[in-house]
Write a protein that binds this ligand. Structure first.
Ligand SMILES: [Zn+2]
Length: 156
């Protein structure tokens, strides 16, 4: 079984078959359009601001508990479930990943799949202000391997 790190890294490097996920149904411009819609609601920064605040302002319910699906988190309708015993940086990443699922569902992008959800996760975490602040800023909140897979950190 692939770890979250392995699967997400493969998805973000567009090796969808190796990641055992379907090819994404949408393009990067679609994910950016969702980020623009979110920008109309608030300008919270995923590195600086707590996830509870995202959930509150965007109208998602956040439930923390023992979650075994999806590598420790899942989304059902407007409710996002995230395991509480995860590494804090992985937990932060999964919170925004479930938020991405929540947005895809809310906007009725019915064809969206797991690859779309991870690409949207990247778009909603690595916003323009986060990219401008640079990799060390983002690495204070999110896993190094995710930032490397997303191209924010160049692998040595
Ligand atoms: Zn997912």
């Amino acid at each position: 079984m692939l770890s979250v790190e392995d699967r997400v890294t493969l998805v973000l490097r567009e090796r969808f078959e190796a990641a055992r996920v379907p090819y994404p149904m949408f393009g990067w411009s679609h994910y950016k359009s969702i980020q623009r819609q979110i920008d109309q609601i608030h300008t919270l920064n995923p590195v600086v601001d707590e996830f509870d605040e995202f959930a509150r302002l965007e109208g998602f319910e956040l439930v923390q508990g023992r979650i075994y699906a999806c590598g420790g988190s899942c989304a059902m309708g407007e409710t996002l479930y995230v395991g509480w015993k995860l590494d804090p940086k992985l937990r932060a990443l999964l919170c925004h990943h479930e938020r991405a699922h929540g947005w895809l569902r809310r906007l009725r992008w019915e064809d969206a799949n797991e690859a779309d959800a991870w690409r949207l996760t990247t778009a909603i975490i690595l916003t323009a202000p986060v990219r401008e602040q640079g990799p060390l800023f983002a690495a204070s909140r999110f896993p190094f391997w995710f930032l490397a897979a997303a191209g924010l950190i160049k692998a040595a």
